[in-house]
Design a protein around this ligand. Structure first.
Ligand SMILES: Nc1ncnc2c1ncn2[C@@H]1O[C@H](COP(=O)(O)OP(=O)(O)OP(=O)(O)O)[C@@H](O)[C@H]1O
Ligand SMILES: [Mg+2]
Length: 348
């Protein structure tokens, strides 16, 4: 940790399509960390007194302006100049609201997506930001996210292991060999967002067409209720357009969508990624499967998913594998990025 106060502040940052996470040392309590976790969105409005454009970001923007809030990294990266500009504004507001010093070491956890222009746009957001004046570095999201999950923490960056990042817009699998990414495989079809879409459809079926929920509500159902160990049916109420309300119970929709997701993710790892790794790097493949496979990303937060992944993957491979994750896989990319930043700050 940065016990030496002359060192610049070490900041770990993940700009995700759903949420942005920043981890940095607490300015108030020595040795403690602050964690910012907020929706990656913004909404603008006109100040009624001055007529000036005002910016709201995060939960406040999503709650108060559902009609025009913009999630500018919706596809995982800023797709065009307009979204890059929105991302810059969002990030600027977020940093300003949280007193993060410009003279700092910033490490970004970034997705492994084969999208050159998107990555360039993200790089411009990062370079133009008011953080990382001392040093800016980027590392793959799943490498950063694995660090807090592994026994040796930062030393694990020099190990060989497999990591699977389970995000809103992508599933990414790769092997790491001393930080080098081998055989990265990314798919946009096995995703948290796809679960939300399916939950919305299944809820309509389960309620015989009486209930239509949007994807935001579906995501809330998933985040609050999905559980591979002990899912409990839950009730919700909708207002009917003609007046009155309708109470309904959800028994199957959430876990059906989650189970499909998990089966598809395990299939992709077992039958897509791992055979490719074995083909290209047989020895690394063998070494990696003797070690825990690390799950990162928000979808790894669902209770019991790590154990269920381990069971299903072991069955699929017909051999015992171990699967682990950090305590908070949604925060772990930013936590790991912060650990890297702390290490880099020591050398400045
Ligand atoms: N506690 C939770 N329980 C269930 N699901 C969760 C939880 N927290 C986050 N998620 C889900 O995880 C996904 C977001 O994961 P993450 O924050 O890793 O994605 P991201 O980095 O923004 O997206 P991507 O890398 O795909 O662009 C969303 O589908 C979200 O609903
Ligand atoms: Mg991500």
């Amino acid at each position: 940790m940065s016990a030496d106060s002359s060192e610049p502040m070490a900041v770990g940052i993940k700009l995700g399509s759903t949420r942005t996470v920043i981890v940095y040392p607490s300015p108030d309590e020595e040795g403690e960390l602050e964690t910012i976790r907020t929706f990656t969105c913004l909404a603008t409005y006109e100040d009624v007194l001055t007529g000036e454009e005002q910016v709201l970001y995060g939960e406040e923007a999503a709650r108060e302006y559902p009609d025009r809030v913009q999630f500018m990294l919706r596809s995982g990266l800023p797709e065009d100049d307009e979204n890059a500009a929105l991302a810059k504004t969002f990030f600027e507001e977020l940093l300003a609201a949280n007193d993060i010093p410009e003279e700092s070491v910033a490490v970004y956890a970034i997705p492994t997506i084969d999208n050159e222009s998107g990555l360039e746009n993200l790089a411009s957001v990062i370079e133009d930001s008011a953080v990382g004046g001392e040093l800016i570095r980027s590392y793959p999201e799943s490498l950063c996210g694995a660090i807090p999950a592994l026994e040796n923490e930062l030393a694990a960056i020099n190990d060989i292991f497999v990591a699977v990042n389970m995000g809103s817009t992508n599933l990414e699998a790769c092997a790491y060999r001393r930080g080098e990414q081998l055989v990265p495989v990314t798919t946009g079809s096995i995703t948290g967002n796809e679960i939300d879409r399916r939950i919305a459809n299944y809820v309509e079926e389960e309620t015989q067409g009486r209930v239509n929920i949007d994807q935001t509500t579906a995501r809330e159902y998933k985040e609050e209720h999905a559980d591979f160990d002990s899912f409990e049916p839950f009730t919700d109420i909708i207002q009917k357009p003609g007046g009155g309300s309708h109470e309904f119970t959800i028994e199957d929709s959430v876990m059906n969508a989650c189970n499909e997701y998990l089966d598809e993710a395990v299939d992709e790892v077992a039958n897509g990624f791992l055979p490719e790794l074995a083909n290209s790097y047989m020895k690394v493949y063998k070494l990696a499967l003797e070690k825990p496979i690390v799950l990162t990303g928000g979808m790894a937060c669902v209770p019991g998913i790590v154990e269920a992944f381990e069971t299903r993957l072991s069955e699929e491979l017909q051999r015992e594998v171990t699967v682990v994750s950090a305590d908070r896989p949604d925060l772990s990319p930013a936590q790991g990025a912060h650990l890297i930043a702390s290490r880099l700050a020591e050398d400045l």
